[in-house]
Design a protein around this ligand. Structure first.
Ligand code: FNR
Length: 377
């Protein structure tokens, strides 16, 4: 015979080779309504799709004969040393995905040396998460109507060792998420945003066909009347650095810096808020150019599904990138190990991309490393 016999294929399923593998595993494990809650976007989901498509228009510009024997993904962000610039975006209710909820996420992020931004809608207490965490934590907030609750959260965050506050600005109302409305999606009893007042949670559990309980709940809990002028109140409550999440324009980026933001997150909330907003990646350079001179670090989230995607966002000026849905896939698939697995894969792929593009350290991952043009692949 002119072919070489290879022997039987391995009996065990192969380990996860890419982040997508965790998506398949998660889908098999999750209730269809939880899956829709995780995956869905707002309106026609045009912005959700745009987030992914934007990455297909970026190609990488490799340089050769550079010493890439050691590629260093380490970085520093607001004083915290991180093994990787890939971190965990704030996402709500992790107990929908795993019984240990946010504690498992914190263990996974710590194992990967990654930043974890805990959502104010966490289903474990801030203190439980901090007690088990082995890496830096930031706390994400929405501006609650009841300022005394917001003030209490800010105090608890500092006491528990959180290192920054992240205020999410793109959700004065919840996006119109048709999948959740069709499913009458509500948070099951037994899972709750335990860091909020119990009375504030009642509406999140009331399922009602044709309406998502979360939309009603958000309308009750979140104050849609806040403006730039209110930020001083929050700043006055805490010494912690303040990060503003959900900025997509140069105008708002400049205002953020003027109002003392310590960092900005370019984000369209994973396509879950304003349908028709630009792909997050397409807004990144505009924001970086507006605030770069002020030295304000810009973080990025939206559609990152590989270390190659992370590399593209870093090259366009992000100091770090955050993963939303992929972390939830890892959590649902395999708890803390799955979260560490997703972050580890993204970091390994990033280091590999740094090697093959001849950029062995993050400062060398700059705009010369990318070109943007027609969709590729
Ligand atoms: C989110 N996101 C979010 N953002 C936030 O500031 N507070 C929150 O509580 C949540 N909750 C939440 C739940 C779920 C299920 C998802 C998918 C997303 C948005 C999140 O922080 C981030 O902006 C996006 O998820 C990033 O896009 P990718 O990585 O999911 O494409």
């Amino acid at each position: 015979p002119d072919t070489v016999p290879l022997g039987p294929p391995p009996a065990d399923p192969p380990p996860a080779l890419r982040i997508e593998d965790y998506r398949h595993r998660a889908r098999r494990r999750l209730d269809a309504r939880v899956w829709d809650f995780v995956q869905g976007g707002a309106g026609s989901e045009r912005t959700l799709r745009a987030n992914r498509r934007a990455f297909a228009r970026v190609t990488l510009r490799p340089r050769v004969l550079v010493d890439v024997a050691a590629c260093d993904t380490g970085t520093e962000l607001l004083g915290a040393r991180l093994a990787t610039p890939v971190g965990v975006a704030p996402t709500a209710y992790h107990r929908l995905l795993h019984p240990d909820g946010e504690v498992a996420t914190a263990l996974g992020a710590g194992a990967a040396g990654a930043l974890y931004v805990v959502s104010v809608f966490a289903s474990r207490t801030l203190e439980e998460i901090a007690a088990e965490a082995t890496g830096p934590l930031w706390l994400q907030l929405y501006w609650l109507r009841r300022r005394e609750i917001l003030a209490g959260l800010v105090e608890r965050a500092a006491a528990a060792g959180y290192r920054a506050l992240v205020l999410t600005l793109d959700a004065p109302q919840l996006g119109r998420r048709h999948r959740d409305a069709r499913n009458g999606f509500a948070i099951p009893s037994g899972i709750s945003a335990v860091n909020l007042d119990a009375a504030l949670m009642a509406s999140a559990h009331r399922s009602d066909a044709g309406r998502s309980a979360l939309a009603v709940h958000t309308a009750e809990a979140v104050d849609p009347s806040v403006t730039w002028a209110d930020l001083a109140w929050l700043r006055g409550r805490s010494e912690l650095p303040l990060v503003l999440k959900g900025v997509l324009t140069a105008e708002d980026a400049v205002l953020a810096v003027e109002h003392g933001a310590d960092a900005i997150v370019v984000s369209n909330h994973g396509g879950r808020q304003l349908d028709g907003a630009p792909a997050s990646l397409d807004a990144l350079a505009e924001v970086v150019d507006a605030v770069g001179a002020a030295g304000c670090p810009v973080l990025f989230d939206g559609g990152v599904r590989s270390g190659t995607d992370a590399f593209a966002a870093l090259a366009l000026g992000a100091r770090a990138v955050l993963l939303g849905r992929p972390v939830l896939w890892g959590l649902a698939a395999d708890g803390a190990a799955g979260v560490a697995g997703v972050l580890g894969l993204a970091t390994e792929e990033l280091a590999h991309t740094m090697a093959l593009t001849g950029r062995p350290a993050l400062p060398a991952v700059d705009r010369s490393a990318v070109a943007r043009g027609a969709a590729a692949g």
